[in-house]
Design a protein around this ligand. Sequence first.
Ligand SMILES: Nc1nc2c(ncn2[C@@H]2O[C@H](COP(=O)(O)OP(=O)(O)O)[C@@H](O)[C@H]2O)c(=O)[nH]1
Ligand SMILES: [Mg+2]
Length: 346
Amino acid sequence: MKAGLVGFAQSGKTTLFNALTGLHKAGTPGRAHVNLGAIKVPDPRVDALSKIVKPRKTTFAEMVFVDVAGPSGKGAGLPAESLRALAEVDAFCLVVRGFVAADGTPPDAARDLRDFDAELVLSDLDVVEKRLDRLRKEHGKTGAEYHELERLHGHLESGKALRAMRWSDAEEKEMAHFGFLSRRPLLVVVNVSEEAAAQPAPESVEVAARERTAEAIALAAPVEAEIAELDPADQPEFLQSLGLTEPARARFVRAAYKLLDSISFFTVGEDEVKAWTIRRGDRAPRAAGRIHSDLERGFVKAEVIHYGDFLAAGSEAKARHEGKLRVEGKEYVVQDGDILHVRFAV
Ligand SMILES: Nc1nc2c(ncn2[C@@H]2O[C@H](COP(=O)(O)OP(=O)(O)O)[C@@H](O)[C@H]2O)c(=O)[nH]1
Ligand SMILES: [Mg+2]
């Protein structure tokens, strides 16, 4: 899973990037520069499985972040390098300023959200208009693509993001190559001051986010960066002093999973216990394909034990003995917490 940190300059993107990844990148990346970092997705189930199986290696799912330079101001548009880096992200994490700026400017997070979303809409409108022009010249005002794009044009022109549109799977596929920015799932992170670190996102932002089919969370990026620097043993006390129960990293990852409708499945063996990320609704062959493309191509069946059954039994052999192992075929929809063993032939 790959998330792009976006937002206006000085909103705290790089500070959040450092807090999430534990890296120490300086300031705002230049126009031709992007920061790239990955975090392990915390999952107590992986810890529990690892304790039982005692594998040589334990691997958590990964979430990759890209931190790019934002527009310098309202209407300035995203720099070309940023657009290129954002082409391949699964979701946008929009960082909006919720603290008083160095020059004393009070925050207006809801406005920044509206302005930034408008940038995404304008960028897509530009793409649609260019394609419509081209189609008009080549074929006149006819054809399925022309009419479909006209529909998107109307929607975008009314200022609305493509996120809110219902598309069939076929439409989704047809439109994929355009890489529309306003179609990407959006997680709004309000970077609040330390005093507000434990409070939910301001109501005005919640409302503006909901109107845009987006989710909102609040955190204080510099505080999170501090937490990331602490010895794990010292973290609980520091968190408690701020009124927090867990680092925002954990909340952030959960929100991102929810936003992308992602779930985890596991592979378990003496060599490795490993967590994998898939979309809810993915069938067994696609899940197998995350492990290796051969496993998807040559998928025969999957042996499945659910995490809860595995834990209750205490070992794979016992879970088998208790009849908790199911054999599933190509149509099986993988569930969050499934432990898979894929049988394949290529
Ligand atoms: N007071 C305060 N300053 C912050 C906060 N987050 C970031 N900053 C400061 O704002 C400036 C810009 O932060 P940075 O992360 O580089 O923003 P970016 O341009 O969005 O990447 C830096 O001087 C940060 O120290 C915050 O929550 N509170
Ligand atoms: Mg930056």
